[in-house]
Design a protein around this ligand. Sequence first.
Ligand SMILES: Cc1cc2nc3c(=O)[nH]c(=O)nc-3n(C[C@H](O)[C@H](O)[C@H](O)COP(=O)(O)OP(=O)(O)OC[C@H]3O[C@@H](n4cnc5c(N)ncnc54)[C@H](O)[C@@H]3O)c2cc1C
Ligand code: SF4
Ligand code: SF4
Length: 343
Amino acid sequence: MDQIHGLDELSRRVLDKGLCASCGSCVGRCPYVTEFKGRTVVLHRCTVEHGRCFAYCPMTFFDPEAASRMVFGTRAEASGIGRYEDVKASRATDETVAEAAQGGGTVTSLLIAALNSGMIDSAVLTSSIPGEARGRGFVGTTVAEIASCSGSKFAGSHSLSVLREALDQGRSRIGVVALPCQVRSLRKMALYDLKQEKLRERVPLVIGLFCNWAFSPRQFAEFLGKELGLGHIGKIDIPPPPAQVLEVETQGRTVSVPLDLVRPMIQDACRVCPDMTAEFADVSVGMYEGRPGWNTLVVRTAAGAGVVGEALAAAGLETDVFPSENLEHLKEASEQKRTRAAQ
Ligand SMILES: Cc1cc2nc3c(=O)[nH]c(=O)nc-3n(C[C@H](O)[C@H](O)[C@H](O)COP(=O)(O)OP(=O)(O)OC[C@H]3O[C@@H](n4cnc5c(N)ncnc54)[C@H](O)[C@@H]3O)c2cc1C
Ligand code: SF4
Ligand code: SF4
């Protein structure tokens, strides 16, 4: 308990320093914290000494050894892409899923398989806010709802705030799609579980996304709207290097925005974030550089292997070999992020 403080300390250490990652964890846990137009805002002072807001925030503290023992049953692997069992290339076999997806539709396929097999009864996702560049949390309970959340929203979404909604609905097998910072928050919830909500059992599947950075939701929305005059934002894509652009679908056309123009809008939290591949997830999914329409799939735990097995058995997913030179490149990139964060 020594390291767990309250809302004042969360403000001092995270919010006042501009280090909020917009994960949404504190928003769903405390009535005095809310999200307003993409910002995390404290509405009122709170005197609780050991609050869930502080305990579950990924930016206050994180104990990789404790998380590793809980998730993998062994010591943390503080290099490369963390602990894993297998790495594959993968993609959805369903054309509709693949078409709507950001990469190969692996995440959506895994979720559908998990729901259909009964492994999960609901999923905490990030849905689009119509016309806007940022997303928001959404609890999906049907295949159609899961499919409607396909695609990446490249700004922080506070999506973990709706975990509260799923818990209040009495959901007992909640799957979560999470950025690496959100995975850390979920693992802290399971480790400390201050209100005995049985979070370890009730969140049996965490699908992590690779992530190098995310935009500050408010700044990014204002930049696209006010500075570039873009409205009705659709899909956003970041083609692999050397493109160095953001491709934004808007009103029937695609606009290329140089990455240099938008880099200043990256959240400060991302500059000190060490985790690129969601090292504490059950399964992690990223793009497959050089093979459009495919994903990189990292299987880390028995639950991760289980959901991949379900998706393969249901013929919703196909996998292929992930070449060793690509794996080495991925480990290097992941290591670079860890090193940058430590500087
Ligand atoms: C902010 C951000 C940065 C990323 N950076 C990288 C990167 O540097 N390198 C890389 O290889 N991949 C990165 N990704 C992951 C990549 O964009 C794809 O999400 C991933 O490859 C899975 O593709 P898919 O086709 O299987 O996903 P889909 O089947 O299209 O499913 C996407 C899932 O992502 C969830 N989601 C969307 N936006 C968010 C969000 N903001 N926060 C949390 N969940 C969300 C949705 O709920 C949905 O379930 C990033 C994703 C995000 C959101
Ligand atoms: S990172 Fe998450 S938990 Fe921490 S202050 Fe921001 S929204 Fe709240
Ligand atoms: S870089 Fe880290 S802190 Fe930033 S959005 Fe990605 S996982 Fe979260």
